[in-house]
Design a protein around this ligand. Structure first.
Ligand SMILES: [Zn+2]
Length: 254
């Protein structure tokens, strides 16, 4: 109570009212939903400004991920029509956040904008975000840029990298299986080019830096015409959000 009074008077002092800071959409988490008590870390892959030459030096910073030294982050891919992956990731992740919150989850995001004048965060920050916010699951949302004949989603899960992922590889693998089954059952087309729709890998920094179960989703192939059509439409993005939420619920078993 003391804290609330202090906050209210503090805000008054700087000319704001509490009403200005709250809205129905940003209210308190649902306390009796199926995901109440669950914390999900969401990472919308890349950032629009990663392709801005102004940030070349920042994006060139390197980090060792337990296996290899990689750059801060990349631009991500795009559809043949030029729709950026960063924008797809951002729009879908925002919708996923809204849906998970409505189910009671606490949701934390690694970035809060999609802007040509912003960059990062770097993969080490993204990868260690889950433990920073006490997440039960960290999900990084991406889209692939593969040969145009292939389509559909798959997930990447961390391989065992001693001293890095040995603590979370098993739980992440379990989460990956549940996520894939549920996302496919919800209607998402399975990848035609990744067998079993799970790629266990030691080369992804976002996975290696995590200390909580972590998955990286390639939602579909942006270079494939039918996936690209879905990824660039409002209704298609809403479909992806529904499918991803089904995957998350299964992965955390709720
Ligand atoms: Zn990506």
């Amino acid at each position: 109570m003391k804290r609330a009074l202090f906050l209210a008077s503090g805000l008054a002092a700087i000319g704001l009212t509490v009403g200005m800071l709250t809205s129905p959409a940003s209210g308190a988490p649902v306390t009796d939903g199926p995901l109440s008590g669950v914390v999900i870390a969401l990472d919308a892959g890349h950032q629009l400004g990663n392709s801005n030459p102004e940030f070349f030096d920042e994006l060139s910073r390197t980090h060792f991920n337990g296996v290899e030294t990689k750059s801060c982050n990349t631009t991500g891919t795009a559809t043949n029509g030029g729709y950026p992956e960063a924008t797809f990731n951002w729009k879908v992740t925002k919708q996923v956040k809204k849906r998970l919150r409505a189910l009671g989850a606490t949701v934390k995001m690694t970035r809060h904008s999609n802007s040509y004048s912003k960059w990062g965060p770097c993969v080490d920050k993204r990868g260690s975000f889950g433990q920073k916010v006490g997440a039960d699951l960290m999900l990084s949302v991406h889209a692939d840029g593969a040969a145009s004949s292939g389509y559909g989603f798959y997930v990447m899960a961390p391989a065992v990298v001693p001293g890095w992922t040995d603590d979370i590889a098993k739980a992440s693998g379990r989460a990956a299986k549940r996520f894939v089954s549920a996302m496919a059952a919800a209607g998402a087309p399975r990848s035609t080019y990744i067998s079993g729709q799970i790629l266990v890998t030691s080369s992804i920094s976002t996975l290696n830096f995590s200390d909580v179960p972590v998955l990286l989703l390639e939602s579909g192939n942006m270079r494939n015409a039918s996936d690209a059509a879905r990824m660039t439409s409002r209704s298609g993005q809403a479909q992806y959000a529904d499918w991803i939420v089904a995957g998350v619920r299964a992965a955390v078993k709720r």
